[in-house]
Design a protein around this ligand. Structure first.
Ligand SMILES: [Zn+2]
Length: 428
């Protein structure tokens, strides 16, 4: 008797990016998914799968899910406020007071529930999240994400230095709590995993960073943090670490800069030496253009990094970024690159739509495994886009996707899948 396999066949207009330079467009085509993974992508259904039921999305568009590589779950309630400040006063006036509330687990549950709903609504299927320093609230975030069905890296934030009294921890407690969470969640879910999360150099003691580097090595866990976002921030790092030549070197000294897969958000003002180390250590830069515009941090030189072969992915960076929608982040990334293009005398070419889409799908997804494309062996993470309110009959498929990115919103997303499972949104 044949093995009982979990087989699903999807049909529709497929759009994805195998490479960043162009869209792969497959009209009226089929994706066969077995046990959550893509077994076949083709214009005609292979004979061996014929006779199985087909989920036919007709004229709608099927694209990979969105991968958000930098977001602060605990800042969800601050979306759309505090935009009249730069990074450091913004942290002190808005962010730290809000994060302190996560000592209360009920408050955390309420806020995290709203966040997860919003992520799912906007088509985010995988996300790298900062929680807060609080262990119990971070555990709730893990549990809620596992229940939700989307994939995530979740970091208990570590901060023990240079922080307000009401939001700081002792480095020993910080490391113990982090290790407890790692042990509890490293094997609990295939798609929700822990990530080492020093907040940023200014708020971490040397002892804490040293311990975190050791934990990341011991458990082979990825790392996420911030780097060279703002000039005042860089000046603080310089004053605290006089022997280091540049900001990124501090993380590197403690084994937090590419020993394991590493995400560094922003990198707007990185020096030549820092860029060289990013490249040499294969660190991934998370470009967060909405955040950079809102806090006036600067324009990330995306083309320069791509030309050097550096990995660049996208992040919403809520709540410095004002939206969970990675589609909006794609549009902002392109607009940001057009300003840099002008500034460079049109030398640094702006991002094409396919390049920015690739960052949000296949490139961003690669941090989570074989995620973000419609190729054999990839997890089937997908969104079904119904653009019937955007006059699809007047446009080709690439134009329809472009119009959805710029004009559409969550109401156009009719289905969401992660590892072949439909995600309906949690009931918290
Ligand atoms: Zn951030």
């Amino acid at each position: 008797m044949e093995k009982d396999i979990n087989l699903k066949i999807f049909k529709g207009n497929l759009i994805f990016t195998k490479t960043s330079d162009k869209f792969t467009i497959m009209k009226d085509s089929y994706i066969v998914v077995i046990d959550g993974k893509i077994a076949s992508v083709s214009s005609n259904l292979p004979d061996k799968y014929k006779g199985n039921p087909i989920i036919d999305f007709r004229n709608n568009i099927i694209i990979p899910g969105m991968n958000d590589l930098h977001a602060h779950a605990s800042q969800y309630k601050n979306l759309g406020i505090g935009m009249d400040k730069e990074l450091l006063p913004w942290l002190n006036n808005y962010t730290f007071p809000e994060e302190a509330k996560f000592l209360n687990v009920d408050y955390a549950k309420k806020t995290y529930g709203r966040l997860i709903k919003d992520l799912i609504k906007n088509g985010t299927t995988r996300v790298a999240l900062f929680a807060t320093l609080h262990k119990d609230s971070t555990i709730e975030l893990f549990n809620m994400l596992i229940k939700s069905g989307i994939g995530a890296y979740v970091g208990k934030v570590n901060m023990d230095y240079n922080c307000p009294d009401y939001l700081t921890e002792n480095y020993i407690t910080s490391l113990n709590d982090t290790e407890e969470i790692i042990l509890k969640y490293k094997d609990k879910s295939n798609i929700v995993k822990p990530i080492i999360t020093p907040r940023f150099v200014p708020s971490c003691s040397n002892e804490l960073m040293d311990g975190l580097g050791k934990l990341s090595y011991k458990y082979r866990l990825p790392v996420q943090s911030h780097l060279s976002e703002n000039l005042d921030e860089i000046a603080v790092v310089k004053s605290l670490h006089k022997k280091s030549n540049f900001y990124g070197e501090v993380y590197d000294k403690f084994g937090l800069f590419g020993n394991t897969p590493t995400l560094m958000a922003h990198c707007i003002h990185s020096s030549k030496e820092e860029i060289n180390l990013i490249k040499r250590n294969n660190v991934t830069i998370v470009h967060c253009p909405t955040s950079n515009f809102n806090l006036g941090s600067g324009m990330m030189p995306v083309r320069k990094y791509l030309n050097l072969g550096i990995n660049v992915v996208l992040g919403s960076d809520i709540s410095a970024g004002h939206t969970c929608s990675l589609f909006k982040v794609i549009a902002y990334a392109i607009q940001n690159s057009k300003i840099k293009w002008q500034e460079s005398g049109k030398k640094d070419m702006f991002l094409s739509t396919s390049e920015a889409f690739y960052m949000a799908t296949k490139k961003g997804g690669s941090f989570f495994g074989k995620v973000g494309s419609f190729e054999e062996g990839y997890d089937f993470d997908a969104l079904v886009i119904n653009d019937s309110n955007l006059y699809p009959e007047d446009y080709d498929l690439t134009e329809r996707l472009e119009r959805f990115i710029y004009l559409g919103d969550d109401r156009n997303i009719m289905k969401r899948y992660v590892c072949g499972n439909e995600i309906f949104g949690p009931k918290f």
